[in-house]
Design a protein around this ligand. Structure first.
Ligand code: NAG
Ligand code: NAG
Ligand code: NAG
Length: 681
């Protein structure tokens, strides 16, 4: 699920960046080190820059420059005047930089503020800007640096410079001290690359590198380089330098415009609906207004589309690439908040209860359920495990427009699609509460199985997972009204729940397909064009990546890649590292299926299949051959040559039969016919 300005997009760009970095483009690296040991006040950590950013890094730098810091309004610093006083800035200038008319208007707690500042070298060692602070009872250097200044300074820097290395104990109430604020000027190399400012960005809880990069319109690689980062992990209450080429704007700090809150679909009866009445009335009005707007927009869009029905739109580079991250791009939001979901239950009696309700949780309820978003509860990315009344749920903290996701997830109800339970909104962030999948992502399961940290999935389990994913997509393509395509199927967007049943998640990139897809999803000619390409590298169908063609066949392609990962146990990067991962699939299928099992064919099969499966039982040979053939058809370059999702599901169902009941008999068949050595891998 991604947004044009969010990570996860444009493989080509990612590749270019990677090549650029690997090639060690001059000046693009080694600027200032990223220090995260902000709480380790007894050590200087001067080599990770906690005493201050270094004056001469990456070539000679300017001795002083104009720069910007970030700060979060927090009582008692809840207006520009108070913040300016704390940081030693000019109140009117601060208000102006934040496009605010008044310096004294109260800011909501958590509001992010951009602080213009001059940054200079102190002596020859460190860049900084001095603020003056009067200590109050209970202050320690750490509390001042971390809590009051939110990480804009460090206890190490204060101790070193202000107290001459004396321990924090000597701090007295009402003592005025100088607080060195962290800042830096662009290096010569950055300057010649067009960087004008290094914004000192305060990392907030739940921030992710890719998301920060897209807000500032820079690529994540340039931030990593500017901060000499060795991984993408960032920590709250530390600072990151963001190299920007033009004056930053406060809107870049704040969350995207709030999406319409989800309509109050039958709030859970147990909830304190009384307290929410006002909210619901507000939501109702907002939804009504949106519905009208959406209807008008949709009508206009439809007319425009008809006029250029057959025009080919070349893919424009609409996003910044990042692979595998949680952040997803959003679908282009010509959205249909007004669209009424049909009663799916009428058509499909077998599906579980369709009248799913969407709860609106309070932030307090979520903190209680996640132990205050404790790191122990983090299950990857910005997803936390919550426990409500003994039941686990996943809470994803998101910093993007979630309206399209929520809108889609409200309309779907299928065993193989992750179910949205509720939402919450707090301080500009959205929290999506959904079904919890105890085994995590398919990607992690496959990698863990290979590393021996979890029991590997057996062949039968893998086929079940494949079938589950295909069924989930078949539902999405054919049985929702309107039909959707997912557009970001990958082993990272497949979760494994209890019983290793697969569930697809990440609906942020899903798009509506209008056209002639029939209920079985067999006719693939329904398509739409987009210039906003978002997805995960390695899984995107060529016609989508190259021309922006969105169709169910693009999901089939991605599914084919996931099937290949399932069978080989290798992730897409590893598969691609050895050249075209799809070359020779046909030959391989023929070999495996060959009647005379010569040793060479068996060896090839052994090389192809995930070695971890050997520990989890055997693989019926004809089923493997069928699977390889299916994969080969799914990943064809020519979309028309790919099967529809219904056909894929049918094939997998047959395969499932082979690996289920037919499992032993097929083994017996091989044994009794004397072909005894090879089929058992
Ligand atoms: C950090 O401090 C130590 C000891 O004072 C010194 O030897 C070292 O060179 C310093 N490192 C940097 C990067 O300044
Ligand atoms: C900040 O204050 C420290 C300590 O008082 C001083 O040594 C340093 O030169 C000042 N730096 C700037 C840039 O004013
Ligand atoms: C650092 O400060 C923040 C508030 O700015 C606070 O939430 C956090 O608990 C502090 N960290 C520590 C270790 O006290």
């Amino acid at each position: 699920m991604a947004q044009s300005q969010h990570p996860h997009a444009m493989a080509a760009l990612a590749f270019a960046v990677a090549v650029f970095l690997l090639a060690g483009a001059p000046g693009a690296r080694s600027q200032q080190p990223y220090g995260s040991e902000v709480a380790d006040c007894n050590n200087r950590h001067n080599d990770t820059g906690l005493l201050g950013y270094f004056c001469s890094r990456g070539g000679s730098s300017a001795p002083s420059c104009q720069t910007y810091l970030t700060f979060h309004a927090t009582p008692p610093y809840s207006d520009f005047a108070a913040i300016a006083a704390l940081l030693g800035a000019d109140a009117a200038g601060l208000a102006a930089a934040n496009s605010a008319a008044s310096a004294t208007a109260a800011l909501a707690p958590g509001t992010k503020v951009l602080v213009p500042a001059t940054c200079s070298c102190t002596g020859a060692a460190h860049y900084q800007r001095n603020a003056t602070y009067v200590a109050v009872a209970g202050d320690t250097l750490f509390v001042i640096a971390n809590n009051t200044f939110q990480g804009l300074s460090t206890c190490q820097a204060m101790q070193e410079q202000v107290l001459g290395g004396a321990p924090a104990k000597t701090l007295q109430a009402r003592q005025a001290i100088t607080v060195p604020l962290r800042c830096a000027c662009p290096s010569a190399a950055q300057g010649s690359a067009g960087v004008r400012y290094l914004v000192t960005y305060l990392v907030d809880e739940f921030d992710e590198l890719g998301a920060i990069a897209s807000r500032f319109g820079v690529d994540a690689g340039s931030i990593s380089a500017a901060n000499e980062m060795t991984s993408d992990t960032i920590y709250p209450f530390t600072t990151l330098l963001i190299p920007v080429k033009s004056q930053p704007d406060v809107s870049q700090l704040r969350s995207p415009p709030l999406p319409p809150p989800p309509p109050p679909v039958a709030p859970a009866p147990t909830k304190k609906s009384k307290n929410h009445t006002g909210v619901y009335v507000g939501i109702g009005v907002a939804v009504a207004v949106l519905a009208v707007v959406a209807a008008v927009v949709a009508a206009l869009a439809l007319r425009a589309r008809r006029r250029r029905a057959s025009a080919t739109v070349a893919a424009a580079g609409g996003g910044v690439a990042k692979k595998g991250g949680k952040g997803k791009g959003k679908a282009s939001p010509v959205f249909t908040s007004g669209e009424v979901s049909v009663s799916i239950s009428e058509a499909f009696s077998g599906l579980s209860d369709i009248k799913s309700s969407l709860n609106v949780f309070t932030y307090g309820e979520l903190t209680a359920a996640t132990d205050g978003f404790s790191p122990d509860r983090r299950v990857g990315g910005s997803v936390y495990r919550a426990v409500f009344n003994g039941d686990s749920a996943a809470v994803e903290v998101v910093d993007r427009d979630v309206s399209s996701e929520v809108d889609i997830m409200r309309k779907i109800n299928h065993l193989n699609l992750v179910r949205l339970i509720g939402v919450s909104h707090h301080r500009g962030r959205w929290y999506l509460v959904s079904e919890y999948a105890e085994h995590g992502t398919l990607r992690d399961c496959l990698l863990a199985g290979g590393a021996g940290t979890a029991p590997p999935l057996s062949w039968a389990q893998r086929v079940q997972v494949a079938l589950d994913v295909a069924e989930g997509l078949r539902y999405l393509h054919g049985y929702t009204r309107p039909p959707y395509v997912h557009m970001d199927v990958s082993s990272d967007s497949v979760l494994l729940a209890a019983g290793l049943r697969a569930k697809i998640r990440n609906f942020g990139g899903a798009r509506i397909i209008r056209g002639s897809t029939d209920a079985a999803g067999e006719r693939g000619e329904a398509f739409t064009m987009t210039s906003n390409i978002a997805g995960t590298r390695g899984y995107m169908a060529p016609e989508y990546l190259e021309h922006g063609v969105v169709s169910p066949k693009a999901d089939v392609y991605s599914l084919g890649v996931v099937l290949l990962e399932l069978v080989t146990g290798k992730d897409v990067e590893e598969l691609e590292s050895k050249g075209d991962p799809f070359a020779g699939l046909n030959t391989l299928a023929r070999d495996i299926d060959g009647s005379d099992d010569d040793d060479a064919a068996l060896r090839r099969m052994e090389e192809f299949l995930d070695p971890a499966m050997a520990a989890a039982g055997s693989c019926p040979r004809e089923a493997v051959a069928m699977m390889v053939r299916l994969i080969e058809r799914c990943v064809r370059r020519d979309a028309a040559g790919r099967p529809g999702i219904g056909e894929v599901a049918q094939h997998l169902l047959m395969l499932h039969g082979v690996s289920g009941d037919g499992w032993h008999s097929s083994l017996e068949h091989y044994r009794s016919s004397g072909a005894n050595s090879g089929e058992q891998l």
